[in-house]
Design a protein around this ligand. Sequence first.
Ligand code: MLT
Length: 312
Amino acid sequence: AAVSFGSAAQGAFPERQVSLVVPFAAGGPTDVVARMIAIPMGKHLGQTVVVENAVGAGGTIAATKVARAQPNGYTIFLHHMGMSTAPALYKKLQFDPLKDFEYIGQVVDVPMTLLARKDFPANTFQELQAHLKREGNKVSLANAGLGAVSHLCGLLFMSAMGVELTTVPFSGTGPAMNALLGSQVDLLCDQTTQTVPLIKDQRVKVYGVTVPKRLDVLPNVPTLDEQGLKGFEVKVWHGMYAPKGTPQPVIEKLNAALRVAMQDPEVKKRLTDLSSDIVPMDKITPAGLRTHLEAEIAKWGPVIRKAGVYAD
Ligand code: MLT
């Protein structure tokens, strides 16, 4: 009887709303993707999927919270490649990305753009280069904390340019972008899921994209690579997780909902307009995410340890 009760309970999942935890502030890139897919996922599941922003420590506060949540499917998590950089960045990480989670699937790959406040003096990448060489740490570079991709992009950029800027952390690039729009900070490297409309409306200056090929939606914006930062590449992958021990039938339902959401015509159009690539269906699987995460931890660990950047 206990066994049939158990499977009946799982068969009924979800009986109430599902919380989708986002590790950065509302209004930013991760939040944009989460809110976009929460609607069709909820429709498929027959329950509302509510986005919950749990900010702090470059996404690691939220990951810890999800790792410790009840493994019942009512708490799920959308995070980007910070899941793979955190183990090298944080000496005292409270969670293990490879032990404390179930994997629902990969989601989307998002390029980044290097931006300045509209009234920043440098108008071209060449002028930016000269300005940074001259002004150095008088120039501020916003990010979303250690573990954020804005932070990672900034590190790679400073290293490629051979400059040290003054970094200013926020709880997400949503608030960092507000500071850029308000001219309180100078530079920001951020994902196209937030930046495309602002670039098109010329509310920010843009110097380049972080992928080797120009973006269809921003054909006039050169790549950083073509302007001299040879091999500069950051493309931000995302995954959806649940706490370890979430029953497999529940993971299967969540995966089915994610797959439906990623094929939703409205979601597809919005993501394409934001220059983001929905990953192939064979990666929107638990195994697809797990395999990718393992490879990314192996890739970034040595790079970060070599850079010597970490939190105690
Ligand atoms: C966000 O959603 O605020 C960004 O993904 C933060 C980041 O730069 O990693």
